[in-house]
Design a protein around this ligand. Sequence first.
Ligand code: NDP
Length: 476
Amino acid sequence: MLMRIGGQETEAAGGTWLDVINPATGEVLDRAPAGEREDVDAAVAAAEHAAAGWEKVSPRERGKILFHAAGAIREARGDLARTLTREQGKPLAEAVDEVRGCANVLEFYASVSGCLSGDFIRLGAAGDGIVVREPLGVCGAIIPWNMPVILMGWKAGPALLAGNTLVLKPSSTTPLTTLAIAAILERAGLPPGVLNIVTGTGDAAGQAIVTHPGIHKVSFTGNTATGIAVRRAAAPLLKEVTVELGGSDPMIVWKDADLPKAVEGAVHGRFYNAGQVCNAVKRVYVHEEIAPRFTGELLARVRSLRVGDGLSPSVEMGPLQNRAQLDRVEAQVARLRERGEGRILAGGSRLRGPEHDRGFFYAPTLVADPDPDAAILGEEVFGPVLPVMAVPDLDTAIAEANRSRYGLGASVWTRDLGVARAVFDRARAGVVWVNRHLTVPPEIPFGGVKESGLGRENGVQAIAGWTRAKSLLLGW
Ligand code: NDP
């Protein structure tokens, strides 16, 4: 597949390519250009050329284009979802979900196009002040491989509605669906050059975006170490960089919880997308009175999960997205086993056999009562590994939940409003769920505290991050 610059499909200037691998089979599925600095230069030139015209299009007209694109994405969801499953690995039903989610985000931003406004401030004898929010101009977006389609929507929706033009880099392992959606946006009326997709690696195309003087803001989603490196590289240019990073979300299951619902919440929250979700349930703290029953029921569900090629309709969990990620998860569990830091109740290894040998499959894994200082609790485990810990009281649960360098989300499962309120008030997280986990509707701002990032995506609030204030003072 070719990348997309200024409305044209194009190869990389250097003529080199990156293979796109199907993680369920290990086979080469397609290839994408290995874009570098020269390609980012071309994309920035196209985005600059388009910026003046796009800024003058009314927000309502911009919204209409997003709205039409959302409809077209929804219509094409079958083909888009199959492409997503083949390049990313997730089960087809999850891929359809993600494609629909992208359409929903674009539709949401279309629906608030009439809300873009500024301020009018009376200053008495000094006159009046007017504050307008203007677009930033050419912006950059860098996204990872776990949820490429929804994350594209989170960035393109508010950025384009606010009147910016974009140079977006998908992960080199999942460029295909992003390219297909960019083409749909253009067919829906997005002028050429408003959204440019440069494929390529982070070291080459990614760094070129981060350090390009013509790009005024970068919105980055990825792991914490990369996010810090990106902010460091952009600092000499005083470029605004928002970073949505890793997470290690706790789930607190209180003694009065609806048990079947909580068990299903833990399974969905951890094993969705094979555990490769920033705000997945990564640690469960369950009240000791119900811990044996909860863990027993969870274990049965985890053992029953059907793992395989996401294109097969009965599959509940696909492979990890790439070999490096499989190696990383395998090493994290191996270390836990070597150090005796927890009891592995299920899984704990790669899956073998004719259905799994060629792909990057890891068994759904349940770990009981890991040592509170175990590495798998301190670092992000981006794969299907769930540690469960019994806790005696709410203070301990909240203290343990907060004992993390991450602070993306947290959930509490209870019927007691007081317990829910206490967790909401005391959790050091950007979002708290009660009796659910994982859902991120486009209306609600999403982002973390601590090492989970800076900035918020989604909601009308996100639009402000894609604009700058410009003030006008009127003396009458
Ligand atoms: P990475 O940080 O490795 O990569 C993310 C993106 O950055 C990719 O497009 C990558 O390119 C690019 N990149 C890598 N190095 C650089 C660099 N030096 N300069 C510029 N760009 C670079 O993250 P993963 O792909 O491993 O994604 C998983 C991580 O993302 C997890 O930690 C997860 O928690 C987090 N995440 C956070 C979310 C949030 O909203 N908080 C949402 C989803 C995921 P390439 O891959 O082509 O090399």
